[in-house]
Design a protein around this ligand. Structure first.
Ligand code: SF4
Ligand code: SF4
Length: 372
């Protein structure tokens, strides 16, 4: 089981699509949809002995440090890693404070996901001037100090910022030596940002970019290289092995979140929402946590067995009007169809021995959402 641990609500960045939009959204209709409980402290007050007792009831505990920015609360990272050496560790970070964590701890992470949106212009536009250079400097430093785990670029693509050059940005992230890439479309997470025409224009260009990226992926395969582009790996896995999927991020059944006061919710984004609370580390058993699943329209959708429902939060919150939700789904359907079209070419390359099916294997549920 995977557990996100929210170490702090604080963040040392004020990104356009997170901080700015959250500020605007506060006080709107979300209160009518869900019951909130804002009593959790800003920094994690979870007792590590209790946490250890809870986590070790799971046979293969996996801990993902999360925030705010988890490295703002480095003391708790050290405390938890000292107390629970048996767990496998991951972190979702903005990368700005990576140099502050002693390498004896840094080097124990299996994978880290760094929020970066592409080249310097794009990343600094979204995440603040100087972010790109600082992140790359820190990345070089941790690698020099012996970090050998996977470094995943975690991109956010916003329909509202006018950029749609997915191919260029993904290529760039591989060029600057990220091991893998995934992206999430910033669509359907805030009620106040929906603009039908803007979304329509974005989708047209975005879909074209998805097609170009699939082509680029296959071109690399012809050279014997399968790039770790997580959304593609996830879809390939289901199509090649002809399997059905549940919600691909694992939230609510394979992946839960421990809040700063030890409550258990389905995903970090549901942090303060009582409707998604399923337990408490003091009383619950990780093997008996309640499952929360996606609701209609997903289970009746003809793409459900390949899509899985995109996002548990967005599926329950339904923050955009129905036509907006359908626009989001149109990107997923397009993406799935493009992957279906690519499968015969990929299968042929596997048959020719240029690549092997094992090159596509990937770890599920540690962070990349798969369906953007
Ligand atoms: S395509 Fe849309 S409606 Fe269909 S399963 Fe995915 S998120 Fe749900
Ligand atoms: S895709 Fe999954 S992990 Fe991401 S916000 Fe939605 S429910 Fe949470």
């Amino acid at each position: 089981m995977y557990f996100h641990i929210i170490l702090t609500e604080r963040c040392n960045s004020q990104c356009r699509y997170c901080y700015e939009k959250s500020e605007r959204e506060f006080g709107e209709k979300l209160n009518e949809k869900f019951k909130f409980d804002f009593s959790a402290p800003e920094n994690s007050e979870v007792d590590v002995k209790e946490l250890r007792k809870f986590i070790l009831k799971d046979k293969e505990p996996k801990i993902i440090f999360y925030g705010g920015e988890p490295l703002v609360n480095r003391g708790k990272i050290v405390e938890i890693m000292d107390a629970i050496p048996e767990a496998k560790y991951y972190m979702q970070t903005n990368g700005k404070l990576l140099h502050e964590l002693p390498s004896e701890y840094m080097n124990r992470f299996s994978k880290i996901l760094i929020s970066i949106d592409g080249d310097k212009e794009r990343t600094d536009f979204n995440r603040g001037k100087g972010t790109y250079d600082l992140v790359l400097k820190n990345l070089d430093l941790i690698r020099k100090n012996g970090f050998v785990g996977e470094v995943v670029a975690r991109m956010t693509i916003s329909f509202s910022d006018g950029f749609t050059d997915l191919l260029k940005q993904v290529k760039h992230l591989f060029e600057i030596r990220f091991d893998s890439v995934h992206w999430q479309l910033d669509m359907g997470f805030y009620e106040s940002d929906y603009d039908k025409k803007q979304v329509e224009d974005f989708i047209k260009k975005y879909n074209e970019e998805v097609s170009k990226l699939v082509e680029f992926w296959i071109e690399n395969m012809k050279q014997g290289k399968v790039l770790k582009i997580y959304p593609f790996l996830g879809l390939f896995d289901s199509l090649y092995h002809n399997t059905k999927t549940k919600l691909r991020c694992g939230s609510g059944y394979a992946n839960y979140t421990i809040t700063t006061n030890g409550k258990i919710v389905t995903c970090p984004i549901m942090n303060c929402i009582k409707d998604f609370e399923v337990g408490d580390i003091k009383k619950s058993n990780p093997n008996e946590l309640k499952e929360i699943s996606v609701i209609e329209p997903c289970p009746s959708c003809s793409y459900f067995e390949l899509c899985g429902g995109r996002c548990l939060y967005s599926n329950h919150a339904k923050l955009w009007p129905e036509e907006g939700e359908m626009q989001i789904c149109s990107t997923i359907k397009y993406f799935i169809e493009e992957m279906k079209k690519a499968m015969p070419k990929i299968t042929e390359l596997i048959k020719q021995g240029l690549i092997h099916e094992d090159d596509f294997s990937y770890e599920k549920y540690f962070g990349p959402e798969i369906i953007p």
